[in-house]
Write a protein that binds this ligand. Structure first.
Ligand SMILES: [Zn+2]
Length: 569
């Protein structure tokens, strides 16, 4: 943040958003974790994103702008060249032709030298605003679109200027550009492939795999070699598969990748999964948890012992939730140890270890070792087998908080799953405190979102499968929604625009089921009650199912009803 902690403290205390004790605690944690105070406020959901910025705006008298929320005209963006944007970390977003004034978002609006220099360069007055790091990164995408063109130029220039320069040096340079592009365009996966006569780099963005960058074959080979070197894999063996991981520093942030290498007919193919640190860094609120859920979760994870489970299929965002929970628990006086497969994101002061199945270091064995290290909190990446399940339950019973994930569809199904892993009801009943079940759904693109009412015929047809009317009634009763007739309820969808490549969707958000095990439910587990009955009792006590939580996000315009149905079918 560009203002001092003292000033920030005054702003937050004056706004009554924080008290002295909490502030002291936040500052201590920020220094312990070597991160800005702003990050702790955000991670622990003390003051979320925009509210925080709005308070700072009032406090310092410089206006705040969230670039994610506005549609910036291309001709305004084009007033700055990509070079100018990277040099000054500034993005123009509005131009007042009458006053000849350009509104510009800065990460540091207190940098008057930058403002002066930019005024000179573009010959108009600059009205400085400030913006957050994420918002800046989002809007910077515009300046990084012409990547394939840029790389073509680099290759051409290199061929002219230094034809003898090795393809390794050139490959390294090009890879640096590609990583920077990855940072802005935020793909989930990157493929580096060999065709018969050239190489191609493909990026999967919002689920869609695009051919982005064509390179000569030898460059593709040197990029794959570079990736293998970075992942500590041998570059000699070209005829075998390999897995690894590496991290690359881009603009002061670490981007981490999980790597898979496969020999193909024309050369080795590298597939990189981008381990999205910004997602792993997200707080519960940013992941999509509602405030009432957050307070429930905070209460449950701070109990002296017990098991907290996150359930869902592969790719449902369980790891991000685990990391958000760990960060809430990461304070002085609490010893935290993890066993993960793999470590996707490193957190200061947490002892993270990684499964190494080849050498017999499994979840079960890692967990046994961890228990000798005097931890208070243990995170086990996944409960996959009976042996791990057994040790997890024992640890939870003997004074540890254990956080883990399970591959199961609903929260209550996790209890059945543990029963099937030979965990007896009398051991299960006192240990499980909380089960979160979750899925990831696509978010509607904010630029082309439109609202509509569901027509009766469609409502009838989906009511059969989903019981949507009953769910709407339930949300109304819980005060999450108000309407008199069903046709008053507004739903949303994306029409498709340039910003979302015509898909109508952009980014993802979680939907959750938060199952708190209270005394009554404990008794039911002890008596080995059928899962359906436990589920029914939970719902009577106000549990929102995945569909119902999804519905609240549909009504808030975050996602579409079709997306919820597709994900849950
Ligand atoms: Zn759109």
């Amino acid at each position: 943040m560009f203002i001092s902690n003292e000033r920030l403290k005054k702003i937050l205390i004056d706004a009554k958003m924080i008290d002295e004790a909490t502030w002291k605690n936040v500052v201590e944690n920020a220094s312990r974790l070597s991160c800005p105070v702003e990050d702790i406020l955000k991670e622990r959901d003390i003051i979320g994103g925009h509210l925080f910025y709005e308070l700072v705006e009032k406090g310092i008298g410089i206006p705040y702008v969230n670039l994610k929320k506005i549609d910036i005209a291309k001709e305004v963006l084009d007033r700055f060249s990509p070079e100018l944007v990277s040099a000054y970390k500034a993005i123009p977003f509005e131009y007042d032709a009458r006053k000849k004034k350009l509104k510009v978002a800065f990460q540091d609006p207190a940098d008057t030298r930058a403002i002066g220099a930019l005024e000179k360069k573009c010959g108009c007055k600059i009205d400085a605003h400030f913006t957050g790091k994420e918002s800046y990164r989002f809007a910077s995408r515009h300046y990084h679109k012409s990547i394939s063109e840029r790389i073509r130029k680099i290759i051409q220039t290199a061929a002219k200027r230094a034809p003898k320069k090795t393809s390794d040096t050139l490959g390294c340079k090009i890879f640096g550009h590609i990583i920077e592009y990855i940072y802005y365009s935020q793909p989930s996966d990157v493929h580096i492939e060999h065709l018969r006569d050239s190489g191609i780099i493909k990026l999967r963005i919002d689920g869609y795999l695009r051919d982005e960058i064509a390179v000569p074959s030898e460059i593709a080979t040197s990029i794959v070699d570079l990736i293998k070197k970075e992942s500590s894999l041998t570059t000699d063996a070209r005829h075998q598969t390999a897995d690894g991981r590496f991290a690359w520093n881009v603009l002061g942030e670490l981007l981490a990748f999980r790597v898979s290498i496969l020999p193909t007919y024309y050369g080795e193919k590298a597939c990189l999964r981008v381990l999205d640190e910004s997602r792993q860094k997200a707080s519960l609120r940013e992941l999509g948890f509602r405030d009432t859920d957050i307070s429930l979760i905070q209460k449950e994870i701070k109990k002296p012992y017990g098991l907290v489970l996150v359930a869902g299929p592969t790719g449902s965002g369980k790891t991000s939730t685990l990391y958000a929970l760990l960060k809430l628990l990461n304070v002085e006086g609490v010893s935290i140890a993890t066993i993960e497969d793999p470590v996707e994101y490193s957190i200061r002061h947490i002892n993270q270890t990684q499964v190494d199945a080849e050498n017999g270091f499994t979840f079960a064995r890692g967990l046994r070792e961890i228990l000798r290290q005097d931890p208070n909190v243990i995170m086990v990446g996944e409960i996959r087998d009976n042996e791990t399940a057994g040790i997890v339950i024992q640890s939870a019973l003997t004074g540890h908080i254990v956080i883990s994930t399970l591959h199961s569809n609903t929260a209550v199904e996790s209890i059945t799953r543990l029963r099937n892993m030979d965990i007896r009801p009398y051991l299960l009943s006192p240990t499980v405190n909380l089960v979160v079940s979750q899925r990831l759904v696509k978010r509607i693109c904010p630029y082309c979102r439109v609202s509509y009412a569901l027509d009766k015929a469609f409502l009838d047809s989906i009511d059969k499968d989903t019981g949507i009317r009953r769910s709407l009634d339930k949300l109304k009763k819980l005060g999450l929604l108000s309407f008199t007739t069903y046709d008053e309820v507004r739903f949303y969808r994306g029409q498709g625009c340039g910003k979302c490549n015509g898909t109508g969707m952009s980014g993802r958000i979680g939907i959750f089921e938060i199952f708190v095990v209270d005394e009554e439910i404990r008794k039911m587990i002890l008596e080995d009650a059928p899962a359906l009955e436990i589920q029914k009792r939970g719902e009577e006590k106000g549990l929102l199912t995945l569909f119902e939580d999804g519905l609240t996000k549909v009504i808030e315009g975050e996602t579409s009803i079709g997306e919820i149905m597709r994900t849950l079918s």
